[in-house]
Design a protein around this ligand. Structure first.
Ligand SMILES: *Cc1c(COP(=O)(O)O)cnc(C)c1O
Length: 224
């Protein structure tokens, strides 16, 4: 059986320069995160605030923790001391809460705006039009403790590769449009997070700069 280290190396070997791997460690124990860390992995993604907050203090401080799951505003305060990037910003209300809580502890936090492109209704995120109009009316202005770094998205869970590729391309096109219209000259708006275990090569083909891979590194999750 492949080890965690082998799995990470196999993926890293295929990633172009400038594309970073987020190891999605949700539902996996601290010992497995440690094995990935020992293999050189530094960016980890978690879906639940409680789990991220429990794991982070038990692991080396140079790990970058990314929140990738739906985030409730009442959990932002608890998350803020431990998180490096919040990838799953899906409402202006959440963004405003993140600004407030980052300011409260005098830090700056990186975020991605989550775009809804998948067919499933259950996947959260901004509709493209909704995000563009929020940007146009200045709803993302005046957040000095938040650095908006780009977009995050999930493709439809399907075997139809063309469908997945269309969705990834849509995310890339939306990223370029938003950068040109609203973040021209902002070098920090430079990240597109998309692609999971089964579709990350397609995401890379369509411009991902962060891929979020769980089961292809750690094996199947043990849901309790
Ligand atoms: C769980 C999860 C992943 C990783 O999924 P795998 O199929 O295990 O690679 C990526 N992104 C998000 C948002 C997730 O919730």
């Amino acid at each position: 059986m492949n080890t965690i280290a082998d799995n990470i190396k196999a993926i890293e070997n295929q990633l172009p320069q400038g594309v970073r791997l987020v190891a999605v460690s949700k539902y996996h124990p601290v010992e497995m995160v440690r094995q990935a860390y020992d293999a050189g992995q530094r960016i980890f993604g978690e879906n639940h605030v409680q789990e991220l907050v429990a794991k982070a203090p038990q692991l080396p401080a140079d790990i970058q923790w990314h929140m990738i799951g739906h985030l409730q505003t009442n959990k932002v305060r608890m998350l803020m001391p431990h998180v490096d990037m919040i990838q799953s910003v899906d409402s202006i209300k959440l963004l405003r809460t993140i600004e407030k809580e980052a300011a409260r502890i005098d830090r700056t936090v990186d975020v991605l705006l989550q775009l809804h492109v998948a067919r499933e209704e259950t996947k959260t995120g901004f509709a493209t039009g909704e995000l563009l109009s929020a940007l146009s009316v200045g709803e993302l202005d005046n957040i000095p403790h938040v650095r908006v770094r780009g977009l995050m998205a999930m493709a439809t869970n399907t075997d139809d590769q063309q469908q997945i590729e269309r969705e990834f391309q849509l995310v890339s096109d939306t990223f370029s449009l938003i950068k040109e219209e609203f973040y021209a000259g902002h070098d920090e708006f430079d990240q597109v997070s998309m692609g999971m275990s089964h579709d990350w090569p397609l995401a890379v083909k369509h411009g991902a700069t962060l891929v979020r891979v769980g089961s292809a590194i750690f094996g199947p999750r043990q849901y309790k």
